[in-house]
Ligand binder design. Sequence first.
Ligand code: NAP
Length: 311
Amino acid sequence: MSDTIHDTVILGSGCAGLTAAIYTARANLNPLVLEGHEPGGQLSITTLVENFPGWPDGIQGPELIENMRKQASRFGAEFRLGHLATADLSKHRFALNLGNETVHARTLIIASGASARWLGLPSEQALIGHGVSSCATCDGFFFSGKEIAVVGGGDSAMEEALFLTRFASKVTLIHRREHFRASRIMLDRAIAHPKIAFVTNAVILEVLGVEHKEVIGIRLLDTTTGMESELSLSGLFLGIGHIPNAAMFAGQLDLDEDGYIKTHNYVFTRVPGVYACGDVQDRRYRQAITAAGTGCMAALEVEKYLEEHGR
Ligand code: NAP
């Protein structure tokens, strides 16, 4: 156990965490950034980001993240691999247990983001890494010339389906309703793409191929007719949203019914000195730019808090 007490520890190294790191590092607070399960967050596994202001031709997600990380390092942010196992926020010297060590902090910025949601079918879980994936940019390459499906009706599903057309011979987009949550522009691009087919009002009952240890298809239920059918496929990509990484704070911070950290005045949690920013507390906007914005707010509040407490 280290005796060092960090002025501020930032949990997560996505857009929110890195923005908080840039601001707190520039304020000479030497932030410690715990990179978490998915270093770089969701942007590090996305492709072209077309809506981050300042990049008129777009920028690749991993490049944007790398730039932010360099910017934070330049001002003295320290990065450490590792993620939080448990936290004790009951004393003003917060104790953060990383499994093999405990880190202490005067303030904490939670920017732990959100992770991919799964359907929760046993067959899906058994075939993760054997044809079932939640990351098109990571795994799309393995499906060159093959028929695959993407499940979901939001922007993530459209983005994945469009990206996967680079490799797959056909992409079937499966959505449980008739109407889509996706933005009009993304939906129109997917509809216009000759390699993308749509199956709506359909839920996946089973991913086929467990006994072969590779996906060979899916069994579907048409929710309007009650009829079951099978579709032959080599891969299934999940694009059904995300779950906030906040379960480790249950009981210590207020979480909403879906597990997002509840904040007031944008980034304040119910514990003084603990702030939450980005997708772990934002169920409404969930954009890179809003994550960066709340990361900045959390950093400014940390500065104020430390100043008020004599640091
Ligand atoms: P989302 O908007 O919450 O959409 C999730 C989709 O998955 C919904 O269509 C939902 O169906 C479906 N779904 C959820 N659970 C399911 C289940 N168990 N079985 C089957 N289907 C299920 O999530 P998202 O697409 O990840 O987008 C999140 C945010 O990020 C949005 O604000 C989006 O605009 C943004 N985003 C933007 C871009 C971009 O601009 N390039 C790319 C990706 C994401 P229902 O509609 O029936 O609920």
